[in-house]
Design a binder for this molecule. Structure first.
Ligand SMILES: Nc1ncnc2c1ncn2[C@@H]1O[C@H](COP(=O)(O)OP(=O)(O)OP(=O)(O)O)[C@@H](O)[C@H]1O
Length: 262
């Protein structure tokens, strides 16, 4: 079997997938210590699509995101990413503490060699988009947890919304709101949906929270644990989200209890 990782330039075919995983498996360790984190996973994310990857702790969600981000390689199968530069947002915002919010947002643009004026204009625009226009000169320790995560989101957008590079923007989000209090999380979920619809970026969002997945995603993909396999997926419509949340929670519980019995 082959294990390939393709990070290609945009193909120009709008109908193409931004992310395509074909029969992807990933194991860690050797011999009796082998952990099969992912097994035979097929997954497609289309341009502009918002997909939530849902699973219990340890089911391989972060492993899958790492493969898509190009930080690791599959053991077998193919990971194809047809985007511009993908950007990752983690649970911790990982901002540079010595840089102001605006300079943090500018960082990916600076690394790409953009001039000072252009960088500053882009940072202002993006901070405005995440509703932080007034805090550009503050440093991370002067901001709340929610504000820091907004800055991290603006920086991720600076990475992936690159008109010069073109291609499909792609945001990879690994439980980005899990460390925030409930009210801040709720506000940021709303903000993310707005930003997603304003920018047209594709989002692959990892969470263990069914309510969050149903609120955010157009599609929810449920992964089983050890090994991580796609159990089922749901297309989310505006109607009956409560019923759907209940149904998906039932399936997640089943996945967790069958893992416990294994
Ligand atoms: N580098 C590694 N070496 C060995 N085992 C690993 C490694 N990375 C992940 N694993 C194992 O692979 C499985 C999946 O891990 P992963 O971090 O992807 O799960 P997750 O769903 O993101 O979990 P969580 O929600 O707790 O963050 C786990 O059993 C984990 O212990």
């Amino acid at each position: 079997m082959t294990a390939t990782l393709e990070h290609t330039r945009p193909s120009g075919h709008v109908g193409d997938a931004v992310v395509h995983l074909d029969n992807v498996s990933k194991s860690f360790g050797r011999g009796t210590n082998t952990v099969v984190a992912l097994d035979g996973v097929d997954l497609t994310v289309r341009p502009g699509e918002f997909v939530c990857l849902l699973g219990a702790s340890g089911c391989g969600k972060s492993t899958l995101l790492n493969l898509v981000a190009g930080l690791d390689k599959p053991s077998t199968g193919t990971v194809s990413v047809h985007s511009g530069r993908p950007a990752v947002v983690f649970q911790e915002p990982a901002l540079m503490p010595w840089l102001t919010a605006a300079r943090n947002v500018e960082l990916p643009l600076r690394l790409r060699g953009l001039g000072r004026t252009e960088r500053a204009a882009a940072a202002t625009r993006l901070l405005d988009l995440v509703r932080l226009a007034e805090v550009g000169r503050k440093r991370p320790h002067e901001l709340s947890g929610g504000m820091r995560q907004r800055v991290a989101l603006a920086r991720a957008l600076a990475t992936t919304l690159d008109e010069a590079e073109g291609g499909n923007p792609l945001l990879l989000m690994d439980e980005p709101f899990a460390a925030l209090d409930a009210i801040t999380r709720d506000a940021l979920q709303g903000e993310l949906r707005r930003i997603w619809s304003q920018t047209g970026t594709a989002v692959l969002f990892v969470t263990h929270d069914v309510r969050e997945a149903v609120r955010l995603g157009q599609r929810v993909v449920l992964l089983s644990s050890r090994p991580g396999r796609v159990v089922r997926e749901w297309q989310i419509t505006e109607q009956d989200t409560d019923k759907l949340t209940e149904e998906i929670t039932g399936h997640l519980r089943e996945v967790i209890s069958s893992h416990g019995r294994a």
